[in-house]
Design a protein around this ligand. Structure first.
Ligand SMILES: [Zn+2]
Length: 280
């Protein structure tokens, strides 16, 4: 019975019946002799692990986070509705208008980078002509671009269609080229002077119309401490709306803005804000 069972197993080759006695004899002899042979040296044995394989230890834990928190960049889907606050009440979007300016933009960039913060730069495209390296430096530092028109014409809504096209769409092309092809994701009307036409035109060209809800009027140069105090007071009043802060890196001396920023970034971080971009 046992023999029949074994030769029916599919893995055993189909020996012819008359070969079987020889095979069984060989197996029997080996079974008798093998126990008498000296054991193999342990070094000759295959290195089969007895216990679970050793797992490589994981990489050391990441270093502690930088001073401020960032919000991961997300692509902006432009809508014609003007964005003037953030839905996420724990995120702050810093925005700098009227640059690029070779005197102030690099200093503001340095402060942002030193603190690990990000901001959106609303550039006047005529200021970007001849400052292409600075525009690229802004993008390379992890900042993002906003079109603030070609000439900062605060009467933009009153202009004819061709002029508006040039100030909105033409400026975007100039800025994107200066930036080496980086996207320009927002449009901010000069002086905050909007019309439905301007807002819709910017959205049609993939630029979210962008306003603000925190304005310390740094361009009036009230003193760095007054800029800091105004931002703090307005943010505490506006909460829980996520703040979009209007500051300037062009249009005159921004020494006070630079000094204020050194105090504002740590204060915002202490309030629990993450630094991000103006996404609805
Ligand atoms: Zn402006």
């Amino acid at each position: 019975m046992l023999q029949d069972t074994r030769i029916r197993r599919p893995r055993i080759p189909p020996f012819r019946r008359r070969e079987l006695p020889g095979i069984y004899l060989a197996v029997l002899v080996f079974g008798l002799v093998a126990p008498l042979l000296p054991p193999l040296d342990a070094g000759d044995l295959p290195r089969t692990p007895i216990t679970a394989p050793v797992v490589e230890p994981e990489a050391p834990a990441a270093p502690p986070p930088v001073q401020v928190q960032l919000v991961a960049p997300a692509p902006v889907v432009a809508r014609a509705a003007i964005l003037n606050k953030l839905t996420d009440s724990h995120t702050v979007a810093l925005t700098f208008d009227d640059g690029p300016d070779p005197r102030w933009t690099p200093r503001i960039l340095e402060i942002l980078q030193r603190h690990g913060a990000v901001a959106t730069f609303c550039m006047v495209s005529s200021n970007a002509v001849g400052q292409e390296a600075l525009v690229k430096q802004v993008v390379a530092a992890g900042m993002r671009l906003c079109d603030h028109s070609r000439t900062h014409d605060e009467q933009l809504p009153d202009r004819d269609k061709d002029r508006i096209d040039d100030e909105v769409v033409g400026a975007e092309a100039t800025l994107s080229t200066a930036a080496g092809g980086a996207p320009v994701e927002w449009f901010r009307a000069p002086g905050g002077n909007w019309s439905t036409e301007v807002a819709e035109l910017s959205a049609e060209h993939g630029m979210q119309p962008l306003s603000w809800n925190i304005d310390p009027r740094d361009w009036e140069r009230p003193g760095a401490d007054a800029i800091v105090a105004a931002v703090q007071q307005q943010i505490l009043q506006q909460a829980p709306d996520g703040p979009i802060v209007l500051l300037h890196d062009g249009g005159g001396s921004r020494e006070e803005t630079v000094e204020a920023l050194e105090k504002l970034i740590p204060w915002l971080a202490e309030q629990g804000y993450r630094f991000g971009f103006p996404v609805p």
